[in-house]
Design a protein around this ligand. Structure first.
Ligand code: ARG
Length: 459
């Protein structure tokens, strides 16, 4: 059996079940590039303080490049003894360059190595995720711009509430995803703090220049307490939380669109490319894309809860429990990337049915506008609200829609009703009232589009 990198004080072989569970290479091999980059940065810091000769340093850098190339070209052969990516890379480096490889780990621990790798990996992955979110937002903004004149019922409690523009509805999600994007940008600040040089927990006993390591890794700051550094997985938890929130937002949108695509609503039709059929019922077209988005959103949340539970019980600094972060992060990331992309495609290819949206509007949704009408005539809002309620009741009593009440019936409720009351029964007028920032008037929706486009860097 191959000697373990930590095998010095051991004489008995590791139990084979523990061996299997302890082995993280199948997951953390994904960090190979970052592991090589961090090792190169660390080798440089050792060289700067003459703990590696120029020759040794050069050999290490060339050897590490070779190791990376093997991973790149799928020719790295993982051995049974390779516990994780760090031990695998070091083992291979030694095979390639010999002795100098044994100096690379001077003052370093896998504890500061693994989080540095992880943060580096997350920096580029979060960027990829952000660009996927931008695509989704872009698609929504494009649709919102084209379909700005379509009105639909806006709901609260899933009950018809007030007429809104379809674009306003769609942009409500665009803004939501922009907020998610902002959260990820905040997370980036934490990912940018470099822990390498913290050692196992007590620090680094050699006069290495940690800031130089950080700069080499594209950052400006380093962690300030080695014990905090090696035990910190808050950035992992935060990523998982952000991922869960995005999953939740995607899921809520999916739920809306599933509902809106039913025969009963019919506001949208999900494209064939994003639906599937039934093996039994020939007429079926099922919104599987949206259902998968909704379902997978739930399992991402589970990864977050699961990892928080892992963290909760761990004493200070590094414990092997923390190795569980890989599965949570990689699996959430992969799932999330796919559902964001799938959502973009589903939203881009769906057909909006403007007739069905507008037919779903009903005059009872204008009851608030009756109150606003009275307010504009000088009636205090609370009184106006009560009077508008009476209008609704009167219509109900007569079994007519409120827009079919006669002026004389209205005048019985309030003398402020006049011939111009007709203007209320117009959904365009209704949405156009909402001119204040963030409302559903055309002006306000166009401002939203303008602002989002500017944020996306479009004009
Ligand atoms: N594979 C480990 C992890 O991902 C690396 C750190 C191991 N450190 C240790 N002291 N066993 O957490």
């Amino acid at each position: 059996e191959e000697k373990k990198l930590w095998g010095g004080r051991f004489s008995t072989a590791t139990d084979h079940v523990l061996e299997k569970l302890n082995r993280s290479i199948d997951l953390d091999r994904r960090l190979y590039k970052e592991d090589v980059e961090c090792s190169k940065a660390y080798a440089e810091s050792l060289h700067m303080i003459s703990m590696l000769s120029s020759d040794e340093y050069t050999k290490i850098v060339e050897g590490l490049d070779k190791v990376k190339e093997e991973w790149d070209t799928n020719s790295f052969i993982i051995k049974d003894s390779d516990e994780d990516i760090h031990t695998a890379n070091e083992r291979r480096l030694k095979e390639i360059i010999g002795e100098p490889a044994t100096k690379l780990h001077t003052g370093r621990s896998r504890n500061d190595q693994v989080i540095t790798d992880m943060k580096q990996w997350m920096k580029s992955s979060v960027e990829e995720l952000c660009s996927n979110l931008e695509n989704l937002i872009k698609t929504m903004v494009t649709r919102a711009n084209i379909e700005i004149d379509v009105k639909m019922p806006g709901y609260t409690h899933l009950q018809r509430a007030q007429p809104v523009r379809w674009s306003h509805y769609l942009l409500s999600y665009a803004w939501t995803f922009k907020n998610d994007h902002d959260s990820l940008t905040n997370l980036m600040v934490k990912l940018d703090v470099v822990p390498l040089g913290s050692g196992a927990l007590a620090g680094n006993p050699f006069p290495i220049d940690r800031l130089a390591i950080a700069r080499r890794l594209g950052s400006q700051t380093v962690t300030k307490n080695s014990m905090q550094a090696v035990g910190d997985r808050d950035f992992v938890a935060e990523f998982l939380f952000c991922a869960s929130m995005i999953g939740i937002h995607l899921s809520r949108l999916a739920e809306d669109l599933i509902l809106y695509s039913t025969k009963e609503f019919g506001f949208v039709s999900i494209a064939e490319s994003h639906s599937t059929g039934s093996s039994l019922m020939p007429q079926k077209r099922n919104p599987d894309s949206l259902e998968l988005i909704r379902g997978i959103g739930g399992s991402i949340m589970g990864q977050c809860c699961g990892f928080l539970a892992v963290l909760k019980g761990t004493p200070s600094t590094y414990n092997k429990d923390l190795q569980c972060d890989k599965e949570a992060v990689f699996s959430s990331f992969d799932k999330l990337m796919r559902i964001v992309e799938l959502c973009e495609g589903t939203v881009r290819t769906l057909t909006l049915n403007p007739d069905r949206c507008e037919v779903a509007l009903s005059s009872d949704m204008l009851a608030t506008d009756v109150a606003y009408y009275l307010v504009r005539k000088g009636v205090p809002f609370r009184d106006a609200h009560g009077l508008a309620g009476k209008v609704v009741a009167a219509a109900e009593q007569k079994s007519v829609d409120i827009d079919h009440l006669e002026l004389k019936d209205l005048k019985l409720i309030s003398p402020h009703f006049d011939a111009d009351v007709k203007k209320i029964w117009d959904y365009d007028n209704s949405v156009e009232q909402y001119q204040a920032i963030g409302g559903t008037s055309k002006k306000s929706v166009l401002e939203q589009i303008h602002e989002l486009k500017a944020w996306l860097g479009e004009h």
